[in-house]
Design a protein around this ligand. Sequence first.
Ligand SMILES: Cc1cc2nc3c(=O)[nH]c(=O)nc-3n(C[C@H](O)[C@H](O)[C@H](O)COP(=O)(O)O)c2cc1C
Length: 187
Amino acid sequence: MPENIIILKGSPRVNGNTATLANQVAAGAKESGAEVESFDLHNMNIQPCDACDTCQETGVCIINDDMQTLYPKIGQADSIVIASPVYWFTITAQMKLCIDRWYAFESEHVSQLKGKKIALVLPYGDTDLYTSGGINAVHTIEAMCRYLGIEFAGIVHGTAMDVGDAEKQPALLEDAFKLGQKLATYQ
Ligand SMILES: Cc1cc2nc3c(=O)[nH]c(=O)nc-3n(C[C@H](O)[C@H](O)[C@H](O)COP(=O)(O)O)c2cc1C
């Protein structure tokens, strides 16, 4: 069975740096035989978790929005790529809304994310992971993986401010392509 990879993109710029790097991850993964599906969260209707806790009883979220499309896709994926620009020193609100809703995957009895891998794609405007605040996103995703007992499979990050900046950086594009290959051939 080919590896099944879902890429969640959290930028409002559909052709921005996040998309450029996410497309490279997809290209690397597909070249290595994986099946890849990508979603632009900004164009989806994703409501905030309202802490009703129904999912903790039933394993199912009752909010009727586009997460109902994503839940089975995420649930069936071997790897989930979180592709988000750094906004105000962490992931974007679009991405956070989506991740908060993963609460439904984790009840007292069932962990539907077990065995999956998570990877992070993180462009930012500032010079490095620390000044940009990208490090906060890394800490968030690392902590999440630790809590869930799932593997943090890799990160691609770099400075890219304006649309087109990532495209001008062969080393960054190559890193993203290689991350896709790695996810596709994970042991
Ligand atoms: C509202 C907003 C907040 C931002 N906050 C940060 C930040 O905290 N640190 C940083 O390095 N860059 C920040 N940036 C720059 C973006 O991370 C950068 O432009 C990135 O390439 C955007 O990705 P995109 O092209 O996929 O939209 C911010 C940009 C916007 C629009």
